[in-house]
Design a protein around this ligand. Sequence first.
Ligand code: BT5
Length: 256
Amino acid sequence: MTDAPDETLAALVGDPAVPFRVEHHVTIESTNDRAVEAALAGEQDVAVVADRQTGGYGRRGREWRSPAGGIWLSVVLRPELPPERTQLLTLAGALGVVAALREAGIESVIKWPNDVLAPDPGWSDRKLAGVLTRTGETAAGDRWAVVGIGLNADVDPADLPTGATSLRTLATDIDRVAIVRRLLSMMDRLRDDPETILDTWRRDAETLGMRIRVETADGSIVGTAVDVDETGALRVETETGTKRVTASACEHLRPT
Ligand code: BT5
């Protein structure tokens, strides 16, 4: 780790501007695991934040690098959305990041389903943030969702994998506390409002209108992303008709 900032996210604890109860850790294995534990214990409206994670993970257990100075955060919710629409919470998490960064004067775009990218005119967008949603039920049968967000804020890009970047390459003054405050209030506004999630997503997603390749369980699909449906699935126009794609890896292709 290089140049770790001294300041922590502890200032968010008890902050009246934050619509969640904030639990702060200087170092934790994974905020997602801690949030799932809280969800299973029946807690809700909790935001677990950490300055550093030692065992952060992404989809399918992939490693998520989480050096000091990043924003590693997981929100425990009781979603009102029907189960088939919970993927919308992933879109909401990405929208929260874009909104918070926009307020800080930093432009970013969304790649379906869970990436926030620093736009690059040279066609090599680099990943700034990723979102991972887990869902389940308590013993009493109450549905919960944990939306985990990893944002490379005040992090040395040398500590990140290839294809990733941090806010340090885009801004000089990075107020992590202000970013989290804004992100969490956006999550709070969007969490039970699927129509606003979809409308805002259509505005902020770079994926729509692009030629893409998506890897699915049935093989790879190449086509133009035309829309998202009410569950957050992507609609892709291909030579053999319109396909509906749920969770998968998505690559933006150069126009031919
Ligand atoms: C994601 O997974 O993008 C979701 C990441 C969610 C992380 C948050 S941090 C708070 C909470 N606690 C956790 O333990 N997790 C959540 P996925 O789409 O599977 O992307 C994973 C891939 O991104 C890896 O295989 C690497 O290639 C790349 N990667 C790893 N660390 C990265 C980083 N810090 N920034 C950008 N890319 C990274």
